[in-house]
Design a protein around this ligand. Structure first.
Ligand SMILES: C[S@@+](CC[C@H](N)C(=O)[O-])C[C@H]1O[C@@H](n2cnc3c(N)ncnc32)[C@H](O)[C@@H]1O
Length: 197
């Protein structure tokens, strides 16, 4: 596990309210993707859950087999205290790289960019392991560089293709047309499928 951006690092961000990535609700690219899914029984994972707005939206939309995963529950408890029926029982506390399970769909939003660049291959391998055959990794990735030595770490379409192409079929990887305003033009929406072993 990466020692620098560990549980204590992220908890400090939440405790000091320096969680600048917090959007306050489910973002449009993720919401619109969820809205068109008809099979609400599929197994869905949201790693790097943070405040858990996507988990809440899935739950409110009738999805039954959902799981959020994070080192810490500080942020998600804040959301749970502000809404009715937050599915706290669907939250697992722990390290993504130690998580076990099999999912049809994994949703990515500002988790990839929270990891150091040196962990990107491990992220791809872990996503591959956690997905069922043909399972999908879907979400948004930053299409810019932040020139910083702390998260978020950005990237480009070309870098992402090189990273994922050996283990995933890249079905969609394009500038999101429905980003929230502060991220408009700076994020790629992607849908990639686990290739068969
Ligand atoms: C930048 S935040 C994004 C939160 C959320 N996805 C959002 O969009 O608001 C990254 C989150 O990933 C969690 N995290 C980072 N590395 C992790 C790991 N290895 N295992 C589990 N959670 C991790 C942090 O605790 C933090 O809540």
């Amino acid at each position: 596990m990466n020692q620098k951006f560990n549980k204590a690092f992220w908890e400090e961000k939440y405790i000091t309210s320096t969680d600048k990535w917090h959007t306050g609700s489910v973002t449009t690219p993720i919401k619109e993707y969820i809205d068109q899914i008809s099979d609400k029984t599929q197994d869905v994972l949201i790693p790097g859950l943070g405040h858990g707005h996507e988990l809440y939206y899935l739950s409110q939309s009738g999805f039954s087999n959902i799981r959020g995963l994070d080192f810490t529950d500080i942020a998600v408890k804040e959301t749970a205290n502000s809404v009715e029926d937050f599915p706290l029982d669907k939250v697992t506390l722990g390290d993504f790289f130690a998580h076990t399970g099999q999912y049809d769909l994994i949703i990515e939003q500002t988790f990839f960019c929270s990891l150091p660049i040196s962990s990107r291959t491990a992220y791809v391998d872990k996503m591959y392991e956690l997905l069922k055959p043909g399972g999908k990794l879907v979400g948004v990735l930053f299409d810019c560089n932040f020139a910083t030595d702390t998260p978020p770490f950005g990237g480009s379409k070309e870098e992402y293709i090189n990273l994922f192409k050996d283990k995933f079929a890249i079905n969609v990887l394009e500038t999101a047309h429905n980003s929230i305003k502060p991220r408009a033009g700076r994020e790629l929406f992607f849908i990639i499928n686990k290739q068969h072993d």
